[in-house]
Write a protein that binds this ligand. Structure first.
Ligand code: GLU
Length: 470
């Protein structure tokens, strides 16, 4: 038995799609679970639709999700000579033939067929010809079997049979010499010694043709597993209509890779009723017998729930480093790591997305402050105005702008002078400073906001309290 090897083979014609990422993940997990290797191959034979930007986006998303590969990336665009060599071999063995049917004629035949019975197939006009001039424009077609059946032994679906008479002679090489998808996939999977092809079931109808090519090339078949597509809530195939579908867009929206990996693994795969899996747990438990027969339905609420879970679990320093780019994207200077870590700790239980931290952190990074109307009305009452006034004086006179000095000043005013419980003054002060009743410890908040902004905001809080009819 050759060593187990899986592959992910994206076409770089756009971002990494959620469905593609799940295919990659299943291949990755299957290889890791069984001690095999995982290969990456960029299928860029379609020169018009493939872009370098897309290749880069796909590789970035793979790395971000933590799916490291053992081999590749290979680029099909660099392997044209290899494919041509295999075409020559099939031609020499009489397993392929040249076809010079003019495209216009094929188009006309196709239209007529569509009108007649809807079955569009090449009619095999050149199949037995030996007079096609190789120096004139032509394509090379595979001389497939015309009788019998080709059976796909699928690890998930069992045996699926196809009538060979329904499969027309596939083009291997276009007239411009460019090799075609179904052919290069097979050549590569043979040469790269892939043992398991796990992919979306939208490829199932390609598989009988690919099996015939393996046979023609005298190579053993890999195992095939066609995974059901991902559906939207309306049970239609997941597409842009359902919202964001690229891995990149989830990253930008503030999802953690751990949440997305966990979510993708559970889309069509299960292990008892466990919902939360680390990557290591997935590697330990993943197998094809846990993959369901029916399609997974994309549940955005569940993804958000998982994300909130991973935000809660994330170590503080790491969470701060993840939040930093979101804070910076707002134009704030987030260089102060200690400050960011303090904020992240306070807000982590209230944020489901990394991007939400940036909104909650705004009072600590921008000067103009928005008071939450309900909090302000309730906390900044006329009765607390004198306390805030005394606090303003005491803070202004504090010997240093530190937690200790400000704490001392606060206690002297609130307990000493006004005989109040700390909470009675802390909440109004907090709303003055950051606009809401949620913040780090009150003295820490004063330090984080900084002297100038804090004094300015307390003054404004006093003005609000004096005018508050509540
Ligand atoms: N390049 C193909 C795609 O992106 C995948 C081919 C395969 O997995 O066999 O859909």
């Amino acid at each position: 038995m050759p060593p187990l090897k899986t592959r992910f083979a994206p076409s770089p014609t756009g971002f990494l799609h959620i469905g593609g990422a799940r295919t990659a993940l299943f291949n990755y997990l299957y290889a890791r679970r069984h001690g095999g290797s995982f290969l990456l191959r960029i299928e860029d034979t379609d020169r018009e639709r493939s872009t370098e930007a897309s290749t880069k986006a796909i590789l970035d998303s793979m790395k971000w999700l933590g799916m490291d590969w053992d081999e590749g990336p290979y680029f099909q665009s660099e392997r044209t000579e290899i494919y041509r060599g295999h075409v020559d071999r099939l031609l020499a063995e009489g397993k392929a033939y040249r076809c010079d049917c003019p495209p216009e004629l094929l188009d006309a035949k196709r239209e007529a067929a569509l009108k007649a019975d809807g079955k569009v197939m090449y009619d095999g006009h050149c199949r037995e010809r030996i007079d096609v001039d190789p120096s004139k424009p032509h394509v090379v077609r595979f001389k497939g079997p015309k009788t019998g059946q080709t059976v796909v032994h699928d690890l998930l679906r069992g045996d699926v049979s196809f009538e060979n008479s329904d499969l027309d002679d596939l083009i291997l090489l276009r007239s411009d010499g460019g090799p075609m998808y179904n052919f290069v996939v097979v050549v590569d999977d043979i040469l790269m010694e892939i043992t398991h092809v796990i992919r979306g079931d939208d490829h199932l109808t390609n598989t009988p043709r690919q099996i015939q090519l393996y046979e023609a090339l005298g190579a053993p078949l890999p195992q095939f597993a066609h995974v059901p597509m991902i559906l939207g809530q309306d049970k239609k195939r997941l597409s842009k209509r359902h919202g964001a579908t690229s891995v990149e867009s989830y990253r930008e929206a503030g999802y953690l890779p751990e949440a997305l990996v966990n979510f993708l693994a559970r889309l069509g795969w299960s292990h008892g009723d466990q919902e939360i899996f680390t990557l290591a747990e997935l590697v330990e438990h993943f197998d094809l017998d846990g993959v369901g027969r029916s399609a997974g339905v994309f549940n955005a609420d569940k993804l958000l729930w998982l994300n909130a879970h991973y935000i809660k679990e994330c170590p503080r320093e790491h969470l701060a480093s993840l939040v930093r780019p979101f804070v910076e994207a707002k134009g704030y200077d987030a260089a102060d790591t200690a400050k960011l870590e303090t904020l992240v700790e306070v807000f982590r239980s209230r944020c489901k997305l990394l991007s939400e931290f940036a909104d909650k952190a705004a009072p600590y990074y921008v000067r103009p402050l928005e008071l939450q109307p309900d909090d302000a009305r309730k906390q900044l009452t006329a009765a607390v105005a004198p306390v805030l006034e005394d606090l303003l004086q005491a803070f202004r006179a504090a010997p240093a702008w530190t937690v200790e000095a400000l704490g001392e000043a606060f206690h002297a005013v609130v307990e000493g002078k006004h005989g109040l419980k700390i909470g009675k003054a802390a909440q109004p002060l907090r709303v003055s400073l950051v606009g809401t009743t949620v913040s780090p410890g009150i003295f820490e908040t004063l330090v984080l906001v900084g002297r100038d902004w804090a004094l300015e905001r307390i003054e404004r809080g006093i003005a609000y309290a004096r005018a508050n009819p509540a």
